[in-house]
Design a protein around this ligand. Structure first.
Ligand SMILES: [Zn+2]
Length: 235
């Protein structure tokens, strides 16, 4: 993927930007934060319809990532996406819409009720237990799992955004607005933060390791030698 003029393209130059969103706000300063959301809906197209609704004060977001890893951009990265809420705050920042890129993940959100073996979503659809993360939190009993391919797409696009904009932190909507519970406990926030911000571990292939690194098996010999030397000095 690449970003040209604040819009996302696949490597083959296919545009991932969907034209026609009436909810795009005015330009913002270069974004400092990524804010992760869940859509709390049943389909990615339903979420996109809501986020591009022409109704007054409709929320929107920069990106929507489907459960199949598909990415759709609805707002240029240099424009206000109205995804975080005007009263959102983080550290000294107020109205996080002015400082962030909003990323929506297609996910049903929380579950409060079981029907037989299945979990019933807030919009009445039933989900298999295999898709549900049972963890009581914030007044809810369980949460929709994210898919590995969806999280991989999020990781890839987040790395590209970090390379393009002065992104300092990745936050959840729940971090910046206390009334929100997305992306919730099923989202692996710490893993994503480590993948994006921790320096990569130094790793060598075996052949390189033999050349460049003193092999650990030799270590006790050195220690014993030093130990004996210090003993003899004392003695
Ligand atoms: Zn949200």
């Amino acid at each position: 993927m690449k970003i040209i003029n604040h819009r996302l393209y696949k490597d083959d130059k296919t545009s991932l930007y969907r034209e026609g969103n009436p909810n795009i706000g005015p330009p913002i300063d270069p974004p400092k934060f990524l804010i992760i959301h869940y859509t709390a809906g049943s389909t990615v197209e339903g979420a996109i319809a809501t986020l591009t609704s022409p109704k007054d004060n409709s929320p929107t977001a920069h990106l929507v990532i489907g459960r199949d890893g598909s990415i759709t951009q609805l707002v240029p990265f240099n424009c206000n996406g109205y995804h975080a809420g005007g009263t959102s705050t983080w550290r000294d920042f107020k109205n996080m819409n002015l400082y962030s890129i909003g990323i929506e993940l297609d996910n049903a959100g929380y579950y409060d009720q079981k029907v037989g073996e299945k979990w019933k979503s807030s919009f009445g659809k039933l989900y298999d237990p295999a898709d549900v993360f049972e963890f009581a939190c914030g007044g809810h009993l369980a949460w929709h799992r994210y898919t590995p391919i969806q999280l991989d797409a999020l990781n890839q696009v987040s790395k590209l955004l970090l390379n393009t904009y002065p992104i300092q932190e990745v936050l959840g909507h729940q971090d910046v607005l206390k009334t929100k519970s997305d992306p919730g406990p099923a989202f692996p926030m710490e893993t994503l933060r480590q993948q994006l911000f921790s320096p990569p571990a130094v790793s060598f292939s075996i052949g390189e390791a033999e050349e460049k690194v003193e092999w650990p098996l030799a270590e006790p010999e050195h220690k014993n030698t030093r130990h004996r030397a210090s003993q003899s000095r004392r003695g």
